[in-house]
Design a protein around this ligand. Structure first.
Ligand code: NAD
Ligand code: TDX
Length: 336
């Protein structure tokens, strides 16, 4: 397969490229990425020289460049990870989320249509469903009810994907996964933020009462789900991905502190995120029964691996946290 992976220099995209290069060594992978603040080629340093891996610096809104790349490499499938992905940034700067996540997706679909791409896979999120109360699960049939500008941009993109399947018959799939964590996770997100701040004995900002629930999945389990959908997903179908690993933020933070032998006194409750979704939880029955997907890592195992990765890759995150990220951090959290 000749696979165009957009957003491959980010967290999940780079894990996916590693996963694919390991499991399908004769496939060709073209990583197409704009290298925004979240894109980092160091995530792929070890495979940089692999002859089956290619990097193209570009914007998914640039149809001419996409046309050129697809012809040049005879691409037959696209997996779209490229996105603005941080909810908090979408609250202060929603415009770029609409441009990249909605217009970028439509541009990719248009190119996929014109170039007769065999499969287009949109990597979406459970956030498109909005929030749950204390019971219930998101199913593929749950109505879309996004609450943040980020979630609304992803939901909009999903609807454009649907329209390209229904109208033009493109072979599309959408995966909607719960919160990922693991290596190369940008430290603006909760788990890497908590681990790295705790390692530096810095305060750990908890939004509101900390009782919001997220359903955590180790990134490699997500990559395996995408692989299955890419190869065996039924045209036009949506697949929810999640491993039933729900936890309240505050409990998760205390668990991480315990593993790091750091005191709970580092926790600092701060103002809540506007429109903060209370609970996410995925029902993965469809991908489990149709495609045989099961998570391989428990939250305990995944967290241990992740903590160990951040402990042994200090240089990777020190570099990020000493750059323009610190300007964002101070603006968002104040100087503490
Ligand atoms: P990320 O922010 O770590 O990476 C995004 C990547 O996209 C970066 O490499 C960035 O440079 C690139 N990019 C941004 N704008 C671009 C553009 N216009 N053109 C080309 N490249 C561009 O994100 P992530 O956490 O790896 O998420 C990847 C995808 O998975 C996103 O679509 C996100 O919505 C989805 N998702 C994420 C999670 C999660 O928990 N992180 C869960 C479910 C779904
Ligand atoms: O400093 C913080 N304090 C805090 O309490 C941060 C950054 C987050 N939180 C809370 C907000 C959420 O309830 O932790 C939870 C997780 O927050 P994020 O890591 O920002 O993730 P979330 O908003 O749930 O969205 C993530 O999962 C779905 C990804 O960022 C999205 O890209 C993905 O679609």
């Amino acid at each position: 397969m000749k696979l165009l992976v957009t957003g491959g220099a980010g967290f999940i995209g780079s894990n996916f490229i590693h996963y694919m290069m390991k499991n399908y060594p004769s496939d060709t992978i073209i990583n197409f990425d704009l290298l925004t603040y979240a894109g980092n080629l160091e995530n792929l340093e070890d495979i940089r020289k692999n002859p089956n891996y290619h990097f193209v610096h570009g914007n998914i809104c640039n149809d001419e460049l996409l046309d050129y790349v697809i012809d040049q490499f005879a691409v037959d499938a696209i997996v779209n990870f490229a996105a603005e992905s941080h909810v908090d940034r979408s609250i202060t700067e929603p415009g770029v989320f609409i441009k990249t996540n909605v217009l970028g997706t439509q541009t990719l679909l248009e190119v996929a249509k014109n170039k007769h791409i065999h499969k287009y896979l949109q990597v979406s999120t459970d956030e498109v469903y909005g929030t749950l109360g204390s019971t219930g699960y998101f199913k593929e049939t749950t109505p879309l009810a996004p609450n943040s500008p980020y979630a609304s941009s992803k939901a909009s993109a999903d609807l454009v994907v649907r329209a390209y399947y229904e109208t033009y018959g493109i072979n599309t799939n959408i995966t909607r996964c719960s919160n990922n964590y693991g290596p190369y996770h940008f430290p603006e997100k909760l788990i890497p933020l908590i681990i790295t701040n705790a390692l530096e004995n810095k305060k750990l900002p908890v939004y509101g009462d900390g009782k919001n629930v997220r359903d955590w999945l180790y990134v490699e389990d997500h990559c395996r789900a995408i692989d299955l959908v890419l190869h065996r997903g039924k045209p036009g179908e949506v697949y929810n991905v999640g491993g039933h690993h729900e936890m309240r933020n505050i409990d998760l933070i205390e668990l991480i502190l315990d593993k790091l032998h750091k005191p709970n006194s580092l926790i600092k409750h701060v103002s809540d995120r506007p429109g903060h979704d209370r609970r996410y939880a995925i029902d993965p029955t469809k991908i489990t029964t149709e495609l045989g997907w099961h998570p391989q890592f428990t939250l305990e195992q995944g967290l241990n691996k992740t903590i160990q990765w951040y402990q042994t890759h200090m240089e990777w995150w020190h570099k990020i946290k000493s750059g323009s990220y610190m300007d964002y951090y101070k603006k968002h959290y104040g100087s503490s």
